[in-house]
Ligand binder design. Structure first.
Ligand SMILES: NC(=O)c1ccc[n+]([C@@H]2O[C@H](COP(=O)([O-])OP(=O)(O)OC[C@H]3O[C@@H](n4cnc5c(N)ncnc54)[C@H](O)[C@@H]3O)[C@@H](O)[C@H]2O)c1
Length: 385
């Protein structure tokens, strides 16, 4: 019998993120055995009774709910994990905070900045533990990039550029709304690639390089109308299919960001590059265990981009896994974040990014959309994490 404290999870959603998070709940204790909390898969909630029952059986949840309000009323749940579409994040988080539940919320925090502010107010008022699943921070190579930047090795930073490219919405036949396609429906998603993909790039960029001060953006909606699965009618598409923005960081560096779902050949190509006075760093999700590093102080005869395979025990998170040289994958980023969350319960330190930190990313996303709509520069008001 385990003498660990129980953390009883109530998961909302049975889709993609519900699976990645549940996998993390199952693995974290094995690979972070010192943690004094033990997750218990208490209940999973989704509106479709058959789907939620099947999910619970497959993944080992003790019980099911079909109404999230009933889930947060339960006294046997300590933490609510929001893995539902963006339209319900705010309502659930605000209600869960009022009930004193810890909250782990998927990104983006919500559809709009106004909603995100209400969520942060609710969290601050209740004082509940919280985190937002900007999981790419916990790719060991991305964490190592942060450590290298913080060590000062890059010197003054001049440029930060990031891309997140996909190609899955090119067909005009693809409907909007409903299961799996809520991302194309402005009502459910809040925005298109800006909140869905660029939010990751913005979170990592501000973590690495400090606040983004102002932005100038263009967006495009290539397919103007799509059939809506909810109404059965052909409706205007309200989301940004593609977004490009440039910006000033508060530290004086320049940023360039691009995201699209129309880059044929790219499935989920997230890349960033940072250029400093002395050194540069670059990373690509498709080769996520590697960090490329160029150091101008190297002997000029052998100077060049180093390709660092981030698998050694002294590199972030890697002592938890296999032996040097053996790689890990996407799912591990969620294990890392959940383990960090459990550790934060012990130490009392926040588990970044908190709602308050994710609000800064939301400010930038909102400024990007406003800039594109008004064809003008916009200040973001983002503060340092
Ligand atoms: N961190 C990441 O890298 C990452 C990746 C993908 C998605 N996300 C985020 O995770 C969230 C979920 O995305 P997904 O890809 O898992 O979507 P999905 O479509 O696979 O699953 C969404 C789930 O939410 C459920 N749902 C919607 N409204 C609900 C309600 N009112 N009550 C109960 N359940 C409800 C649906 O039934 C479905 O099970 C989104 O906010 C998305 O932006 C994050």
């Amino acid at each position: 019998m385990s003498n660990k404290k129980e953390l009883r999870i109530g998961l909302i959603g049975t889709g993609f993120m519900a699976r990645t998070h549940t996998n993390a709940y199952k693995r974290a204790g094995d690979f972070f055995p010192e943690l004094s909390y033990r997750p218990v898969l208490k209940a999973v909630c989704s509106r479709n009774p058959a789907k939620v029952k099947a999910f619970a059986e497959q993944w080992g949840y003790e019980s099911v709910e079909t109404d999230w309000k009933a889930l947060i009323e339960r006294n046997d749940i300590d933490a609510i994990d929001i893995c539902a579409s963006n339209d319900v994040h705010a309502e659930i988080a605000i209600a869960a905070a009022a009930k004193g539940k810890m909250i782990l919320c998927e990104k983006p925090l919500s559809r709009t900045l106004a909603e995100a502010k209400q969520m942060v107010d609710a969290i601050e008022e209740s004082g509940v533990k919280n985190t937002v699943w900007y999981n790419y921070r916990r790719v060991p190579a991305v964490t190592l990039a942060k450590q290298i930047i913080d060590s000062g090795k890059l010197g003054k930073i001049f440029h930060y550029r990031a891309n997140f490219l996909q190609d899955w919405t090119i067909s005009p036949e693809l409907p909007q709304g409903g299961d799996g396609l809520w991302r194309l429906d402005i009502e459910s998603a809040g925005s298109g690639v800006t909140g869905d993909l660029l939010a990751h790039c913005i979170d990592a960029a501000m973590w690495h390089n400090g606040p983004i001060k102002d932005v100038s953006a263009v967006t495009e909606t290539f397919i103007k109308e799509r059939m809506h699965q909810g109404t059965g009618k052909v409706q205007k598409v309200g989301i940004d299919d593609a977004c490009i923005f440039h910006c000033h960081f508060e530290n004086g560096s320049l940023g360039v960001f691009e995201s699209t779902r129309y880059a044929r050949g790219h499935k989920a190509e997230y890349t960033f590059e940072i250029n400093g006075e002395h050194a540069s760093i670059r990373w690509n999700l498709h080769d996520m265990n590697r960090l490329e590093y160029f150091d101008h102080s190297d002997d000029s005869l052998v100077r060049g981009w180093r390709s660092i395979l981030v698998t050694d025990g002294d590199q972030p998170y890697m002592k938890r896994w296999w032996v040097p040289g053996l790689i890990i994958g996407y799912e591990h980023t969620f294990v890392h974040q959940f383990a960090d969350f459990l550790e934060s319960l012990e130490t009392g330190k926040p588990c970044s990014p908190t709602f308050k930190e994710a609000l800064q990313t939301q400010k930038v996303c909102e400024a990007v959309i406003e800039s594109a709509n008004s064809k003008s520069w916009k200040n973001t008001g983002a503060e340092k994490f």
